[in-house]
Structure formats: structure tokens, C-alpha cells
Design a protein around this ligand. Structure first.
Ligand code: ATP
Length: 232
């Protein structure tokens, strides 16, 4: 579904990603692992067109999307859930969800009802203002809003960061459910247990380059890799 080929991304003159390549097949959940500053968020931003790569190619469902503006990439079917969640504080939960709804299409596969099935908690608090939600509720809302855009690929940037263990569990359950529904997911996650519980395959990034790739099982059993590259 997605093929990233040899991308190089810069912030000004700072070279951040070096010939980075990765692939994701339809229905896969792929995790991007690595220490702080390794380039995980920049990879997601590159795919989304928010930090467009200067070199390399990004193919999404047979379209070359590098150079497209983020809005067009979203329209093409990539949903992005940023680390800071971007909830509109004065709008209610349901209003936030409606804002995510894809316009100009009749084949709406995600409805409010279906989103509430994955996140029953959101239905209970649908009239509450976004600004009055807990961190976990905001995270659920942010993922749910991205789903309302009917993505074929979901990019999740550290969805469990800063959340209490019980809320993390709830989120893992919801993401696992999306996987069962055949959603394709690229997951950036610092919580290695969450990443390994959800991912079919993992890439490890270090200093802006992919340095290892393998199944969750491979990462779990590779102690040297975990200590050298992930600091675990
Ligand atoms: P984290 O978990 O800390 O977010 P990460 O793996 O997602 O880490 P990135 O956020 O992609 O890493 O950052 C990669 C590198 O780019 C880091 O060295 C960071 O300092 C640098 N960087 C990030 N944003 C900018 C920016 N706006 N301008 C300049 N450098 C940046």
C-alpha cells in the first residue's frame, strides 16, 4: 500500500532522514521504533507532506505522492494522528468528529456510529467540550476524528504517550480492533510493549536511517538490538 524509497528530509540545513526506505502492505500494522530524536516523527511528517523530502519517492496505492500538499495526501487516504492531538477545545466531541468527516464522497465507510463502536467512551461524552477531556479521551478523539476521514492508512504518532496504564490498555484494545477491521497502520511508539503487542513488523531508526527490520518476535528476542538501539 505504501512504499517509501530513499527519502532525504531536512529542517532548513539540518539533514534529518538519510535514504530512508520502508514498505507497508495492506492490512499490516508496522511500528517505527528508535530513541528520542531518531527521526520517527519526521518520517511520518515526510509521508504526510508536512516536511516534504528533498529527495526520494513515496508511492501510495500506485500514486507518487511526494510533493503533494498535506490536504491532498489526506484526501488520497492517509490519516495522520499527531503527537499533540490537535483537539478543538471549544467544540464538543461530536463536533470535533464531524470536522474530520470526509467531504465530497458518498462512500462513507466510517460513520459516527461505527466510530462509537470502536470508542464507546466517546459516545458517553459526545456533548463534552474537547478542552475538558482527559489525555486518554483526547487521544481517542484524535484517532476517531482521523477515522472519520476514511483513511486507508493511519499514521499514529506516539498514541500512548503520557497516559495512565489503564488508558493505554484501552487504546491498545481499540487499535487492535482497527487491525481486525483490516486497517493499515504505521505506528510510532516509545512504549515497546505496546509496539510489540500491536505490530506485525518493526523498523528501527537511528540517526535518521533504518538500521534494523524484523517481526515483533525478532525485536523481542534480540537483546543487543534492544539495548544498543532502543535503550531498553
Ligand atoms: P521524539 O520521540 O523525540 O519525537 P523522533 O524519533 O520522533 O523523536 P524527530 O522528532 O523526527 O525524532 O526528530 C529528528 C531530529 O530532527 C532530532 O534531532 C530533532 O532535534 C530534529 N528536529 C525535529 N524538529 C525540528 C525542527 N522543526 N527544526 C530543526 N530540527 C528539528
Amino acid at each position: 500500500m505504501l512504499e517509501v524509497r530513499d527519502i532525504n528530509t531536512y529542517y532548513g540545513n539540518a539533514h534529518i532522514l538519510f535514504d530512508l526506505s520502508l514498505t507497508i502492505a495492506a492490512g499490516e500494522c508496522v511500528a517505527l521504533l528508535g530513541r528520542n530524536g531518531a527521526g520517527k516523527t519526521t518520517t511520518l511528517r515526510s509521508i504526510m507532506g508536512l516536511s516534504p523530502p528533498r529527495k526520494g519517492a513515496i508511492e501510495f496505492r500506485s500514486a507518487e505522492i511526494q510533493g503533494w500538499v498535506p490536504y491532498r495526501i489526506a484526501q488520497a487516504g492517509i490519516g495522520f494522528v499527531p503527537e499533540d492531538r490537535r483537539i478543538f477545545p471549544v467544540l464538543t466531541v461530536e463536533e470535533n468528529l464531524k470536522l474530520g468527516q470526509k467531504r465530497g464522497t458518498s462512500e462513507t465507510t466510517w460513520s459516527l456510529e461505527r466510530v462509537y463502536q470502536v470508542f464507546p467512551k466517546l459516545k458517553q461524552i459526545k456533548d463534552r467540550a474537547g478542552g475538558n477531556l482527559s489525555g486518554g479521551e483526547q487521544q481517542m478523539l484524535s484517532i476517531a476524528r482521523a477515522l472519520m476521514g476514511n483513511p486507508d492508512l493511519l499514521l499514529l504518532d506516539e498514541p500512548t504517550e503520557g497516559l495512565a496504564p489503564i488508558v493505554v490498555e484501552e487504546l491498545v484494545h481499540a487499535i487492535a480492533r482497527l487491525k481486525q477491521d483490516a486497517m493499515t497502520v504505521l505506528l510510532v511508539e516509545q512504549n515497546i510493549n505496546v509496539a510489540l503487542a500491536l505490530a506485525d513488523r518493526c523498523y528501527v531508526l537511528d540517526h535518521g536511517a533504518i538500521v534494523a527490520e524484523g517481526s515483533a518476535e525478532f525485536i523481542r528476542n534480540n537483546e543487543k538490538l534492544r539495548s544498543d538501539l532502543l535503550g531498553i
